[in-house]
Every structure is written in C-alpha cells, then in structure tokens.
Design a binder for this molecule. Structure first.
Ligand code: NAD
Ligand code: 89Y
Length: 352
C-alpha cells in the first residue's frame, strides 16, 4: 500500500558489517527517515553502529541480534538487509511474513532458483522488494544515461563497460576469497545491470572467465559480450587482478559508439562526447556526501541515491527501478554467463 506522501519512514537495518556502514550513514542523513533499529548476529557490531549514530548527533537506534524479534518490537515501515547473499532468502522471508517493505543488498541470492523463490514469496506477501543495485544510481552513470536520453550520440551501436583494477577487494571483504562464483556474481552483476540500464534487456551472451590470483576459490577475471534486444552490442570487462596505473577503482570506464557520435567516460570521471559539432569535454565527478571518504565518494553517493529511490518508491507506491522482479533479469545474465563460460557458447536469455 502507498504511504502518505511526505510521511516519515521508520527504518531498521539487518547486517552491520563492512559495507553496511555506508547504508547506516546514508539512512542517518536522509530526510524523512528515522533509523529505529540495527541488528546483527554479532551484538558488538550492532552496538558499534548505534554508537556511531549517537556520535553523529542522532537518536540511538535499538540494538538487536534477531531480525524477527526486532520487527516484532519496532514494527518498522522499511527494512534494509545488508548481509551477504546466503542469508537473503531467510531474512527477506521474515520481512515478507511481517509485511514490511524491504531493500536487500546484491547479489540477490547464490543462484537463480533461489532468486525466483524469494520473488514468488515477496509477491505473494505483497511487499515492495528492491535490490540495492547501486551502480545505476552512481551520479556519473546517471549523467551518461541523460546524454543517451537526450540523443547526444544518436542510437548506441557498440559499447564497452570496464571495471578492471588491482584494488584489494579481499581486505575489506575476506569472504570473497571463499566463494566459488566470484567476479561475475559479485562485481560483473553490477555491470550487467548498468548495461540493461543504458541499452535495455539482453537477448544473448557470450562469457569467458579467468582465475589469476592464487588462494581464492572463484574466478577473478571475466570478459563478456552482450547482444541487446535492440541490437546494441556491449562488451563487459571485470577483473580484480589488473595492475594498472592510474587504478580506476571504484570507477567503471565507458565507451559508447552511436550513430551520431561517440561518448567516453575516462579516469577521474572525464566525460568526452564527440559529434559532428566537435568534442565536448567536462567532468561528471560525483558529489561526495559530507560524511563520506574521498576514495569512496562515488560509492557512498550511490548508496544514498539508491536508498532515496526506495524511500520515494515506498512513499509513492511505485515499483522501484531495481525491484526484485527487475533484478531477476540482471541475475539471469549472471547465470547465463556461467553457462556460457562452461559451454564456450552463446547462451540465449530465453533459455535461462
Ligand atoms: P560482512 O560480512 O562484512 O557483513 C555482513 C554482516 O551481516 C555480518 O556482520 C554478519 O554478522 C551479519 N549477518 C549475517 N547473517 C545475519 C543474520 N541472519 N542476522 C543478522 N545479522 C547477520 O559483509 P559486507 O561486506 O558488508 O557485504 C554485505 C553485502 O553487501 C554483500 O551481499 C556484498 O556483496 C554487498 N556489497 C555491496 C557493495 C556495493 O557496492 N553494492 C559493495 C560491497 C559489498
Ligand atoms: O562487492 C563488490 C561490489 O559490490 O562492488 C565492488 C565490490 O566491493 C568488490 O567487488
């Protein structure tokens, strides 16, 4: 049910780990939101989050170690699930049973069958469920989408989205070293969503993966080719092992050839648009939240934008852009990419 526009939303978070700090601060700084509760199996982590809100001048949220108990006590309007994928089915299930609007971090689940079970349960319960897919909410990516919408380079023909860097992702997220489906499921999933955001749904995919780093369970490099339903061809590159200078982390570098011109997003968010009229160059650097860290500015701004989008969706009763049903399509691309890699063949999305 749509909430009355302008009403305040009572929010509770579950998962107080590495990435959740960005969510916590974004909820604290969003207008019309009251952060009522934080929950983690590790009470110390939840207490530390509550301390941080107090240090920021906010009202201390209630601390919990059990989601169902937190929902029974606080009855929030919105729950933010910021745990890793293995727990999403159980936690979103608890939210569905409580009938509460839920936003859940990516990856939605470990596999497509689980994604589909969660979507079915959420729809049967009638809750709004959005996946926290934040790349399309990065300020620079929204600027690229505006250029395409304005027809600056005509119809996109061929494109490249590249996130290849040497940033040590295992330092902040040590669990990544143990997952067997690594770079496609953890990172390239964002680029697949970005490709869908920029060029629409995908008809078929070809993918190859590589394992470079020693001592990790999954693939850490991937090159994919997407053929979109509208004919655009998009190359998607993801890697955790690339030694490159300057290192673009956390940026996605972009090139798009269109019928009327070429668009490029290079290092430091340098946008260049080449058309018959000449070349326009400008910065599309993100606006760092004042609570942010300069290295993570774009990530933190995108978290803020993603959460603001869900608040708006819940308040208006409209479906979120990256709703569970929408994200199932992004997830299907990951599943298709693994199938393509295993068979060394194109995979038609209609078969996934
Ligand atoms: P993490 O392991 O650091 O934190 C997860 C926390 O959830 C832990 O504190 C754990 O105790 C808690 N938890 C797990 N199960 C629970 C349960 N049933 N009840 C209560 N608490 C529970 O993980 P992280 O690095 O913060 O990642 C969380 C999610 O965020 C992952 O899915 C990851 O892929 C995603 N992530 C997204 C981005 C992005 O840019 N969108 C970046 C990094 C991580
Ligand atoms: O977990 C990943 C994500 O979602 O974006 C980048 C990342 O932190 C490391 O791959």
């Amino acid at each position: 049910m749509a909430r009355q526009a302008g009403g305040r939303l009572r929010v509770a978070m579950v998962g107080c780990g590495f990435f959740a700090r960005n969510h916590l601060l974004a909820w604290h700084h969003l207008p019309d939101v009251d952060l009522e509760g934080v929950c983690d199996l590790d009470r110390g982590r939840a207490e530390a989050f509550a301390d941080l809100i107090e240090e920021q001048g906010g009202r201390r949220p209630a601390v919990h170690t059990d989601l169902a108990a937190m929902l029974a006590e606080l009855r929030p309007d919105l729950v933010d699930v910021v745990t890793t994928m293995e727990s999403h089915e159980a936690l979103v299930g608890i939210c569905a049973e409580a009938g509460v609007a839920t936003i859940c971090q990516k990856p939605f689940a470990p596999d497509l069958a689980t994604v589909r079970r969660i979507v079915t349960k959420a729809e049967a319960a009638g809750i709004a469920l959005m996946i926290h897919e934040n790349f399309r909410f990065q300020g620079p990516m929204m600027a690229v989408r505006r250029c395409l919408d304005e027809g600056r380079i005509g119809t996109p023909l061929a494109a490249r989205l590249s996130w290849r860097c040497g940033f040590d992702v295992f330092k902040g997220q040590p669990y990544l070293a143990r997952v067997e489906r690594l770079v496609l499921l953890d990172l390239v999933i964002h680029l697949f969503d970005l490709a869908r955001f920029l060029f629409g749904d995908v008809a078929r995919i070809l993918a190859r993966t590589q394992r470079v780093r020693q001592g990790i369970a999954g693939e850490d490099g991937a090159v994919c080719l997407l053929q979109h339903e509208n004919g655009t061809i998009c190359e998607v590159l993801g890697s955790y092992h690339t030694r490159i200078d300057p290192d673009p982390f956390p940026q996605t570098l972009i090139r798009i050839d269109g019928t009327q011109g070429h668009l490029e997003v290079g290092h430091d968010y340098a946008l260049a648009i080449r058309t018959a009229a000449g070349t326009e160059r400008r910065s599309i650097a993100p606006v760092a939240p004042d609570w942010g860290d300069p290295v993570w500015a774009m990530v933190q701004e995108s978290v803020l934008n993603t959460q603001a989008h869900f608040v708006q969706a819940v308040q208006s009763g409209q479906e979120a852009a990256t709703s569970a049903r929408d994200n199932e399509k992004t997830f299907a691309l990951v599943e298709a990419a693994y199938r393509s890699d295993a068979s060394a063949a194109w995979v038609d999305l209609a078969t996934v």
